[in-house]
Design a protein around this ligand. Structure first.
Ligand SMILES: Cc1cc2nc3c(=O)[nH]c(=O)nc-3n(C[C@H](O)[C@H](O)[C@H](O)COP(=O)(O)OP(=O)(O)OC[C@H]3O[C@@H](n4cnc5c(N)ncnc54)[C@H](O)[C@@H]3O)c2cc1C
Ligand code: SF4
Length: 566
């Protein structure tokens, strides 16, 4: 018996998150330009705008006391940043002409790399597909890189406001005029506590939405302005950082085991193992969320991967020092919206879907798209112009179309959907798509929402190793290591139906890397409706529940993980 999670979507109306500005002039916050999200896209946008304003004081003056403000929901910049990460530096060279690699907090260049096909006991080295060539790229912690970018932005006079979630899109007369930040200090029932602080209306001449994966306001904006064309799809990545006894001197990617190869399972993904200098290693597993076996869990597949002698050998004698999880938009070119701008606002980075899945790369696209959005915003706020004139921000779309973001993502557009047909057929189709520079197949493959993939209740969990606190870990110890600071009595920010078919409930329990969901009472057989219990304070805001039938909304600013090394 199978069932789709989309049968149990919770009520969600984007209009609930769109409002007209209502604060009286004395209480609202006026800024020149506003960036939502201090990730690589948002910080690059802020830095580029600041560079342009520095060179054009007349325009800067027009933007008031706070020409550029960045809102970040994490406790500090980097708290919610997580990536692999092997970084292609080309967008950084454009943003910081003349800068040297040694000035950027990288762990080192990629000098050697290997791609392996795993069977349960063997690791067979295979030729790296061109999308996975990383020579010339650099290993980084995105959380650390984000903190460095924030320093650069602040040196240029950018105001970064942390612990503040942008909750609503402010729209007036058909144009985006800013955002409303979320309230802080509400109790579980929504009532104000003693330390209650209401949110504020922040009004800006131009707004850049750079919220990363599952962008809350980016999604609301796409719906409000009718921009979405097709569904977006996602993968979930779970990673750990280890102190290791022996240095790793190469970048490793694996495919194959522990994923099931059959078409029935639709399991797509693999692992990355990156050296972070001599003493640390970043290890993670990424898997598409269109899988069909409800007992599949990326957190536990990463633990299972460590059973392999090849992987165990790298970690042996080491210690896990950081953990985190986040989704990756996978739809790429085929999920692009109609436009990336609307009157008064633009969408950049992961929120726009700029990720090259076969290469596992999004950071340089985020930085470049933020940079291009800033350049469009700058032109639109010059004296005599406004960002809400029809077409004022269209130069952003034009610049994107001429950039390598467009060219790269168009070329690989059919590679990810090809794997819907199982590993072997998918690999053949994807290879043909790549070798033909994107001309094959003649007609683009279709994509469907992850929540539309039919689920069945398998027994994949039998293979997951038991936690020993040394090599293998359970979800609660992982959440603890993430430094999660969500208040136990905070309002519930996760919308899910709580009475669902057992397959769906089981899929949520297994999928969530932070142990947020439990099935109440005795587990009934597949097909029966069961009750799901939700512990939102465990949530690390990875976004997977939105892909698989629920909806994550921004929790109170400052809540969530406190990543520093991910
Ligand atoms: C496991 C994993 C491995 C990856 N490996 C690589 C790799 O090796 N190389 C590579 O190039 N790419 C990699 N990527 C992809 C890359 O990390 C992303 O493409 C990139 O981080 C996107 O940048 P961004 O600025 O768009 O979003 P993000 O990095 O997600 O930053 C968005 C920021 O906005 C904040 N925010 C969101 N909503 C709000 C709101 N409403 N109010 C206030 N703040 C908000 C968030 O807290 C966050 O700090 C990987 C991703 C994952 C998950
Ligand atoms: S509840 Fe939070 S941590 Fe769990 S899947 Fe959803 S977003 Fe991720």
């Amino acid at each position: 018996m199978s069932v789709r999670p989309s049968t149990f979507l919770p009520p969600f109306d984007a209009a609930e998150f769109v409002a007209e500005p209502s604060a009286p002039p004395g209480e609202r916050i006026d800024v020149g330009t506003l960036v939502v999200g201090a990730g690589p896209a948002g910080l690059a946008a802020a830095i580029r705008l600041a560079q342009l304003l520095e060179a054009n004081p007349g325009v800067k003056e027009r933007l008031g006391d706070v020409p550029i403000a960045v809102l970040e929901k994490g406790k500090s910049v980097g708290s919610h940043l997580l990536s692999g990460a092997v970084v292609n530096p080309r967008a950084l060279w454009r943003l910081f002409p003349g800068m040297h690699t040694e000035d950027i907090p990288f762990y080192g260049p990629v000098e050697r790399e290997g791609v392996y096909f795993l069977t349960p006991n063997h690791a067979v080295r295979i030729p790296a597909p061109p999308t996975m060539w990383n020579h010339g790229n650099h290993v980084a912690s995105l959380s650390r890189l984000g903190r460095w970018l924030a320093e650069k932005a602040e040196e240029l006079g950018v105001t970064i406001v942390t612990e503040t979630a942008a909750q609503k899109l402010l729209v007036n007369g058909g144009r985006v005029v800013g955002v409303r930040t979320g309230d802080r200090g509400r109790g579980r029932d929504g009532g104000p506590l003693a330390r209650f602080e209401p949110g504020s209306d922040m009004l800006a001449r131009a707004t850049i939405l750079a919220e990363g994966t599952q962008g809350h306001l980016a999604g609301v904006a796409m719906e409000r302005f009718g921009l979405a064309r097709g569904p977006q799809t996602y993968a979930l990545g779970v990673k750990e950082v280890w102190e290791v006894a022996r240095p790793l001197h190469r970048v490793i990617h694996t495919m194959g085991w522990p994923l099931a190869g059959g078409r029935k399972y639709r399991e797509f993904g693999g692992s990355f193992i990156y050296p972070m200098g001599e003493g640390m290693v970043s290890i993670g597993f990424v898997a598409g969320l269109d899988y069909t076996d409800a007992s599949f869990s990326v957190h536990d597949v990463l633990q299972e991967l460590k059973l392999h002698p090849f992987v165990e050998g790298i970690l042996k004698g080491g210690k896990r020092i950081a953990w985190g999880a986040k989704t990756i938009p996978e739809g790429g070119f085929l999920s692009f919206p109609e436009r990336f701008h609307m009157p008064g606002a633009m969408i950049a980075g992961d929120s726009a879907g700029f990720v090259n899945v076969p290469a596992l790369k999004g950071i340089h696209y985020a930085i470049l798209s933020g940079t291009l959005a800033a350049e469009a915003a700058f032109e639109a706020v010059r004296p005599g112009r406004t960002a809400w004139e029809p077409g004022a921000l269209a130069s952003y779309d034009r610049a994107l179309r001429q950039s390598y973001i467009w060219k790269d993502l168009k070329r690989v557009r059919n590679m990810r959907p090809a794997f819907r047909y199982g590993f072997v057929r998918g690999a053949l189709l994807a290879g043909a798509a790549l070798n033909s520079l994107g001309k094959f197949p003649p007609k683009d493959l279709s994509i469907e929402r992850d929540s539309d993939a039919e689920l069945f209740l398998g027994n994949r969990d039998r293979a997951y190793p038991n936690a020993d606190g040394q090599l293998f870990f359970d979800k609660l110890s992982s959440v603890y290591l993430s430094g999660n600071q969500t208040r136990d009595d905070a309002p519930n920010h996760i919308r899910v139906e709580t009475k669902v078919r057992r397959e769906v409930a089981e899929a949520w329990v297994r999928m969530c890397p932070a142990h947020v969901y439990e099935i109440k009472g005795d587990a009934s057989p597949a097909g029966n409706v069961v009750e799901v219990e939700v512990t939102p304070s465990n949530c690390v805001q990875c976004g997977a529940i939105t892909a698989k039938g629920g909806r994550l909304t921004p929790p109170e600013g400052g809540d969530g993980p406190q990543y520093t090394l991910t």
